[in-house]
Design a protein around this ligand. Sequence first.
Ligand code: FES
Ligand code: FES
Length: 165
Amino acid sequence: MSAINLKVNGKVHAVDVDPTTPLLYVLSDDLALNGPKFGCGLGQCGACTVIVKGQAIRSCITPVKSVEGAEITTLEGLGTFEKPHPLQRAFIEEQAAQCGFCINGVIMTAKAFLDKNPKASEPEIQQAMSGVLCRCFTNVRMLRAINRARDGMTTEGRTREAAAK
Ligand code: FES
Ligand code: FES
């Protein structure tokens, strides 16, 4: 065990854990953050995705010690019920969820991508999301929601939306 300082969603938490513990376990078991989910545990499905220093990473295969002191954002850090992030709002508006299990990875991957590529085209978004596919029938709605969020996050998009109303 060792004392590790984690900066999650803007707050610093001191945790006393084995430094090799996967970040996902510490987030859920020590910090009670249940946005990131355990899916495969092998870095393949993306259900456990969080954003570290602007990058979407798979927390199930990330030793907690390796992200000590770094800015970590989980789904809980994106928005609130009262003030959802544009992606969260778009997912609600498009009703883009079925199982609810994959959605953390989809939204966090989309956020990291759109933050860096605010004007991404539809094919670019599709490509960026190819590692976190919804396995039921909601994938098309999810892509629609991400495109809608992109439009809501840029001035051009907001102008286009306003013109369409
Ligand atoms: S749980 Fe599947 S990639 Fe982490
Ligand atoms: S909504 Fe999760 S797999 Fe489709």
